[in-house]
Structure formats: C-alpha cells, structure tokens
Design a protein around this ligand. Sequence first.
Ligand SMILES: Cc1cc2nc3c(=O)[nH]c(=O)nc-3n(C[C@H](O)[C@H](O)[C@H](O)COP(=O)(O)OP(=O)(O)OC[C@H]3O[C@@H](n4cnc5c(N)ncnc54)[C@H](O)[C@@H]3O)c2cc1C
Length: 386
Amino acid sequence: MPTGVRHAEVAGGGLAGLTVATALAQRGWSVRVHERGRELREIGAGIFMWENALRVLEGIGAFDEAIGRAERIGSWKLYDERQRLIQDDWMKGDETRLYTVLRTDLHRALGNAARRAGVEIVTSSLVAGASPDGELFMESGDVHKADLVIGTDGVGSPVRNSIGLDLAVRDLQDGCGRHLIPRLPHDPVNNALEYWNGGRRVGIVPVTPEQVYVYTCCPAKDLDGRERPFNTESWSRSFPTLRDVFDRIPDVSRWASFSDVSCHRWVKGRVALVGDAASAMSPNLGQAACLAMTNGYAMAMMLDGRADVPSGLLGWEARQRPVTDATQRYSRLYGRVGTRWPRPLADVRSALVWAAGRSQRWQECVNVAAHQGADLVGQAHRSDTT
Ligand SMILES: Cc1cc2nc3c(=O)[nH]c(=O)nc-3n(C[C@H](O)[C@H](O)[C@H](O)COP(=O)(O)OP(=O)(O)OC[C@H]3O[C@@H](n4cnc5c(N)ncnc54)[C@H](O)[C@@H]3O)c2cc1C
C-alpha cells in the first residue's frame, strides 16, 4: 500500500459491508473485505429500496445495475380482514422514490461496484473479533492492523461482541416467509399490496417484469403459518381471495426470524459497526438495509479528509444514529400492531390504522429514514465537496 494511504478492514461482505467498502475506496482508502462464505452471495427474494438507499446507489455508481429490472412502487395499499382498504396514504404526495429490487441483483451490483473501486474481497475468511486500537482478529490466528475496522458482520457480529458494544439482541418472536412467484398479467403494477388478518400479514409486490415478491408474516408460535413447504391451505383459510397467489409459491421458500439489535455505542476507538451488527430491526418499514447503506456511505463521506479517525467516527455516530433508532422503534411498533393485536379488537385496529394514514405527523415519523436519511446523504455530500 502506498505511504499515506489509509487502510480499512471490513468484516462481512453483505449489503452494508460492500457499500461502506466501496464508498471508502472511492475516497482513496485501501480496503479489504473479509467474507466468511466461500463466495459473495445474497439469499432472499425482494427488498425495498427507499430514497435514502437509492441516493447511495447513485453515489457509488451502482444504481443502474441494481435497479435495471426493478419495479418502481408508487402506492402502498393495506387491506384488513374484511377486505376494507385501511391505508392508501403512506406515499401520497411524497416525492421520495421507492423500488423493489431482487436481492441478488442488488448484492451483485454492490459487489461489482466494490471491485471497480479496487476493494480487495477475501472469501472463506472468518473474523473472530477486533480491538479498539484497529486490529482485526481472524479465526486463523492472523491479525490485521488498520486505521479503521468496520463490523458489518450481521446480527451475530463477533466484532461487536468482542469489544463489548452489545446491549441486547432480541428475538422479536415473529418473522416471515419470503417467496418469488411467477408474475401474471393480473398482478399489481407499480403497487405494493398488504393484507392483514389477525396476526398474519401478506405482502404482494412486483419485483421484476417476470417475478412478484410475496412475504407471509406471522408470529413465531404460528406453526402452520411458518411451515415449510408453504402451507397453502392454512394461508388460504386466512386470505381466501389470495389463493391464486399462494398456489404459485414454490416449495423452496424461506423463513426468516426478526431480531432487534441494540448497542451502547456504534463506535469504540477505531472500530465502528454498520448495518445489522449495529441496528438490526424488523423489516416492517423496509429500511434496515437502506439505513445500513446510508450510514456506511455517510461514514466514508465524514471521514474523508479527517486525520483523526476515532473522533470522526464519534461525529458520524452522533449524526446518523437518531434516525436509525427512531426507525427501529417505529418498525417494532408496526410489528406489534400488525402481528400482536388482540383479534377481538380487529375493528379498532383498522380504525387506528386508517386514522394514522391521515395524520401528517405519523407519515413523517414512519418515513423519517427515507426523508432525513436522504438529507443526511445530501449533507454529507456537501461537506465532502466544500
Ligand atoms: C424478511 C426480511 C425482509 C427484509 N426486507 C428489507 C427491505 O425491504 N428493505 C430493507 O432495507 N431491509 C430489509 N431487510 C433487512 C436487511 O435484509 C438487512 O438489514 C441487511 O441485509 C443487513 O445487511 P448487513 O450487511 O448489515 O448484514 P448481513 O446481510 O447479515 O451480512 C453480514 C455478512 O457478514 C458475513 N459474516 C458474518 N459473520 C462473519 C465472520 N465472523 N467473518 C466474516 N464474515 C462474516 C455474513 O456471511 C454476511 O455476508 C429485511 C430483512 C428480512 C429478514
């Protein structure tokens, strides 16, 4: 590495790790990403990318490849168990963009952007922990010294745990099945649809010209709801009008549990946490990865030209964290209302959701990450260029 070039070691080659690595490399850092898997790979079906993440994709030059065959979503409709439309206002009058993207497309685009920026990606490379002085400890016994160590190693994060930043990893006791089904002419176009019945929720969202992303959420204790292969009969009893969708769900669909990660701090010395390692949340607002990407990008911007990495990291946490913490809280609340609401009070829930949809204040709260996150990226851009 040439003298004077700062070096970053990144643990984990997921959406957060690849984004922050690319943004740093594009600002002159030498960056190495360690991924435990034998190859860089993303599993799952579709993913919502809100305005804040879309700006990051533009900033690192990955937008066209990631969004090439994604679907722009213009409205989000929510129906209750009596087929009443109880929410159609989430995105009304809002200039922020929303796309649904295939996870594999997104991850591939980020991997390619990282390689173009000169990031070194090492696979089958298992991280054991880190030290605040800027050391990354490998399971192999190797120690890598860096100006900056980033833990983007997911919910279980050995980096976070090894330096005592962890406060709690909470299993939220609910989760969802994620499915890709063939798209038919009568499926929604540029629309996200969500249906609620008791503790079950179904989302139906076009994701490519050929595929629709379907998610089926329920409490973890709903054994029929989480059964693999997908239990078409049980879900059709809850949502009779959606049988045509359930019939298209393949046997090889996946179940994911939801967790919340809370940390004392995201930063200790030269080590910082980004993404699920720092702030995993339920995906109810579709913002966990968007915020991971926004926060990683903002970090690279804010460290640019700053000699003192530890103090730059503290400033970064102070600026980015409030929006992430708020989004985590709202996402948890959405999950409680959607999954844990007492069934006899279903009509009360519908009335509340309908009223919330008309509240400007509530709309601003649930969209805080898309709006402020986009502004933060903009501000970081401006401070970067002045
Ligand atoms: C059902 C579901 C739907 C979701 N939908 C959305 C959505 O619509 N929009 C949105 O923004 N977010 C969504 N999310 C959240 C999003 O998927 C995550 O926030 C995001 O994937 C986290 O990325 P990450 O890079 O922080 O962590 P991860 O994706 O977990 O990546 C961590 C990486 O680190 C590697 N790793 C782990 N340990 C080690 C180690 N010891 N050494 C080396 N490498 C290691 C792993 O192999 C992995 O590649 C959803 C989540 C779920 C479960």
